[in-house]
Design a protein around this ligand. Sequence first.
Ligand code: ADP
Length: 468
Amino acid sequence: MKPLTLRTKLTLFYSIIVSVLLTGFALIYYHELSAGLDRDLTQEVRDRTSGLRGYLHFDEGMFVLMYDQNDSDEVSFINKAARYYEIYELSTGMAVGVSEELRAMGVVYSPEDVRRYAQVPPFLIDLNTDQGQLRIWNEVVQAEGNSYLLSVGASMQQMEDTVNSFLEALAWLIPSGVLLAGIASWFMAGKALQPVAALGHAARGIAVSNLHRRLPLRGTNDELDNLAGEFNQTLARLEKAVGEMKQFTASISHELRTPLAVLRGEAEVALMQSNSPDQYRRVLASQLEEFEKLSRMINQLLTLARAESGEVAIAHESIDISSMAQSLAEQLEPVAASKDVRLSWNCEPNVTVDGDSSWIERIVLNLVDNAIKFTSPGGHVTLRVSRNPRSTNGAILEVSDDGIGIASDALPHIFERFYRADPSRSNRADGAGLGLSLVKWAVDQHHGTVDVESVPGEGSRFFVRFPA
Ligand code: ADP
């Protein structure tokens, strides 16, 4: 089945609410109306009974009504009240006064009924007759030293007519109310959803090629405007991410093209000349170096891509970073010495961090490797590990050098992919500008921070703070 549209759902929802409300109000009103009419009728028969008592007089064994025929109030009361009355002598149970109407309707109590009714306090009976229902009030009265049962009634027809016409009115009022509410809510829902359709239309037109486009804001500051604003912010983030991706792809192509061109050039030159085996060996050795750098770069790229796509799981184990840093420094010392750089270390014992040993190793290696790389012969690189004084259990890893330093305008960018602060001074073939991106990613994964201080010409100092 086709799912209902939001507009239809809203219309149905409002119509159901309106019908429930209307029916609820109608039921309450119906209940109040019939109870009120019922109460009024009961009061009416009681009033008629007490009023009539004053006009009934015993005359020659029968009760007759005596009133002033010239008094219009009395006449009108008697016409109403005396329409349905009867009076019975209790000792015999026989009727001693019956109105014409009741006699014609054949509503007469048997002597047994009369005696039985005399035993109970004044009471009401609703009687069904050929001419509709009657409500009758019965009470015992005293006259001429005797007891009589006086019964006075009123027709219930008017009450029933009123209730019936109310029900008839409801029978068309409720459906028309619901229909009106349905039509109104259909239009209102359509109007309210119009901006959503417009947003959908605008959103459909947005593709990777035109991510700079934005959804129109109506300036109403309502939920839909906020939604469009949120969507625009998402678009801005997407635009930035896609821009970075494009930049990344362009950088990769560029980074690959240069060493490939070098390799190709070398091969072409070697092929054009007739070289001695020694010269060929030199060309091949130089190419091998180039291949190694290329494969290192591709490995770094792969690692970064895997890391950023969330494929890499970070282990959480307690690592003695002091002994790890010390053993790495011992391994790197000959590398530094080969470039006439002095590498020293100062590791406070038993400093531990919670993390992944291979990634922490990579952080130390990258930072020390950079420090050696960007320090001139005769320079000095220091590796320090200490406990974080601001937390009970964290660690600080510090790598400082007295090398070329980093210009202040380059500092904010050195953790970006493919960024090299000063390619003319740093040996381009030595790195692709990916090492610090990996360091930053790994530090983030350990919930740590990495900071750098540097003065061009004097040296740089990298701090990595690991939390407890
Ligand atoms: P690279 O492969 O070029 O070393 P990195 O991402 O590791 O790439 O570093 C990015 C850039 O930051 C380097 O090219 C260099 O310009 C600068 N840099 C990093 N470490 C140092 C340092 N210790 N001294 C001076 N410059 C540095």
